[in-house]
Design a protein around this ligand. Structure first.
Ligand SMILES: NC(=O)c1ccc[n+]([C@@H]2O[C@H](COP(=O)([O-])OP(=O)(O)OC[C@H]3O[C@@H](n4cnc5c(N)ncnc54)[C@H](O)[C@@H]3O)[C@@H](O)[C@H]2O)c1
Ligand SMILES: O=C(O)[C@H](O)COP(=O)(O)O
Length: 536
């Protein structure tokens, strides 16, 4: 597989991919046509915050399976578009948290004691001792906006250095805040009003964009601002003006609305605003962590395994994966068979689980069943975009679970239906991962789902199986295995054949000409089928 890396990541990540036999191409600082060209044949793309992964980039990347973000923030990746394209997006949310928290603490002290400014003066030969009278963090109140992973680590560090903590985060529990020794503010204004310092730790989202402007900064009267989260959350000209006019004592900024930062950015011009070029995650330990994590996730996606930190695909607990894995393929196969036996428009897909498997987290299995159902559609379908396709096409998806499973340890049943018709296909795994279809529309069968299959419904009278066998033989189609099932003697029967090759239309027509045959379907488990699942 080819992995394109477009932002510098630690060598450990690249080596891990190469050791597994993947072809890694690094192309840093590329954009526009150059990026579109480089991504064309990539199966994996690894980025940091420097690459804009837009709809256009995803459109150009025909073979892309996954975008791995070697870090936390994914505001540079169009996740909606990735989902549309069936591309997994996964980040590395743990590896640089401590680095970001430490940088935040360093920036808070640096602005409170004017360390960069004093350093610069001294380097210029000035002993400006009396110009710098700093502020102690001890005893001051820190307002934490966003008490997630980084925010919590900052709370622990600055809390233990004597700061009082107040936090604003509408999505965090009182209990968690209490454990960290932080008072939870009712809203942003209350947090700002209480704080001497504020530190931002939210993602950049439509909700947080420009969340802190002139009015909010005024509430921090005389305080300090630290932002090591994302540019765009604080209004930059308003912040520059507030510090310049001494409404605020200082600010420490690591991230900017536009990066690399424009030299004309007003924040670069204010003496009491200290800046770093997005260095929060730049420690060797953090970079090694996120690079290897991104590489691992890319390789898991290549192997078709769940991607632990996928942001747009069902993920799964690693320990459950060996138990669930055999049912992922089985559900897809059952979905493929059901839709090929269904001669109508699909309005609902039911996926039901019985027995031991019903104990597991099965989002990924249900998504695979949907993938099987939708595979006949012209666009690329996978477990990432199949649930979205169902939603967009107004197809209801119903998942159900039951502990009892009659004669089998675990059963997966996929039913495709509309108001009038339905077809259900039920499968199990025999010991040693031996998949079987054990029921088709209520008929008990024992069919190996593989390659080309023929499913016929016929009157249960003598000579029908011989007729089908000889018709296939007359057209040089070899039968590898067959199974016959019936409800009552002389009623209707269903037979399933495994064929060595695809039967032609002519064969199917010849079989159907016999009045004892009610219908016959060719099932291909290799890809192309012609079932109608369209809306129009
Ligand atoms: N400077 C760097 O190099 C660097 C390094 C690591 C992380 N980051 C950035 O730091 C930020 C935090 O990362 P994290 O891993 O802690 O993320 P996280 O998802 O663990 O935490 C974010 C928190 O923000 C809260 N939140 C969301 N919307 C909010 C709102 N409107 N108001 C208040 N709180 C809100 C969430 O509930 C969550 O608790 C991200 O933007 C990330 O990209 C920057
Ligand atoms: O979100 C992150 O992980 C940090 O902002 C780090 O970004 P970077 O990988 O571009 O340094």
């Amino acid at each position: 597989m080819k992995v394109l890396v477009t932002d510098p990541i630690a060598d450990a990540g690249i080596q891990r991919l190469r050791a597994a036999g993947h072809d890694v191409e690094t192309a840093y600082d590329i954009e526009g046509e150059e990026l579109l060209d480089a991504v064309k044949d990539a199966n994996g793309l690894i980025v940091r915050s420097g690459t804009e992964v837009t709809d256009e980039v995803l459109d150009a990347a025909d073979d892309l399976v996954i975008v791995g973000r070697a870090g936390i923030g994914v505001d540079n990746i169009d996740i909606e578009a990735a989902t549309e394209h069936g591309v997994i997006v996964a980040n590395a949310p743990e590896g640089n948290v401590r680095a970001a928290a430490e940088h935040t603490v360093a920036m808070a002290f640096a602005t409170a004691r004017s360390i960069p400014q004093a350093h610069e003066r001294l380097q210029n030969g000035e002993w400006a001792k009396s110009d710098f009278l700093g502020t102690e963090l001890n005893g001051k109140t820190l307002g934490i906006v966003g008490l997630g992973r980084v925010g919590q680590e900052v709370a622990k560090r600055l809390g233990s250095l004597g700061m009082n903590l107040v936090a604003f985060d509408p999505y965090i529990s009182e209990e968690r805040a209490e454990q960290l020794g932080a008072e939870l503010a009712d809203d942003l204004d209350a947090c700002l009003e209480e704080a001497d310092f504020i530190t931002i730790h939210t993602p950049l989202t439509p909700e947080t964009e420009n969340m802190i402007g002139e009015e909010e900064l005024a509430k921090l009267d005389g305080g300090y601002v630290v932002n090591c989260a994302r540019g765009g959350i604080i209004d930059e000209p308003a912040l520059a003006e507030a510090v310049e006019n001494d409404q605020l004592a200082g600010a420490a900024i690591d991230v900017f609305a536009e990066e690399p930062v424009d030299p004309d950015n007003p924040l670069l011009d204010v003496e009491d605003v200290i800046v770093t070029p997005h260095l929060g995650a730049s420690t060797s330990a953090a970079q090694e962590n996120v690079a290897t994590s991104a590489a691992d996730q890319v390789m898991a996606a290549f192997r078709g395994e769940p991607v632990m930190n996928a942001l747009n695909a069902p993920s799964m607990d690693e320990s459950a994966f060996p138990r669930v894995r055999p049912y992922i393929d089985l559900a897809e196969t059952a979905g493929k068979i059901a839709v090929q036996l269904f001669d109508d428009r699909v309005e609902e897909v039911d996926v039901s689980y019985a027995g031991d498997i019903a104990e597991e987290d099965l989002d990924l299995v249900t998504a695979s069943a949907l993938k099987g159902v939708f595979e006949p559609l012209e666009w690329q379908v996978n477990a990432v975009n199949a649930p979205r396709i169902a939603e967009e096409r107004g197809i209801d998806v119903v998942e159900s679970k039951s502990r009892s499973s009659e004669d089998f340890q675990s059963l997966v049943t996929v039913t495709v239906k509309n108001g009038d018709e339905e077809v259900s296909v039920c499968g199990t795994q025999f010991a040693g991962e031996d998949p079987r279809i054990v029921r088709i529309d209520g008929y008990r069968v024992d069919a190996i789902p593989h390659g080309h299959m023929l499913v016929a419904r016929n009157e249960d009278v003598p000579g029908v199986i011989g007729f089908i066998g000889s018709t296939l033989g007359d057209h040089d189609v070899n039968i590898a295995a067959m199974f016959n099932a019936r409800e009552t003697i002389g009623g209707e029967a269903l037979s399933v054949y495994n064929l060595d090759e695809a039967p032609s239309e002519e064969v199917l027509e010849s079989i159907l000409e016999d009045e004892r045959i009610i219908n016959v379907s060719h099932i291909s488990l290799n890809g192309t089928v012609d079932a109608d699942t369209s809306d129009d």
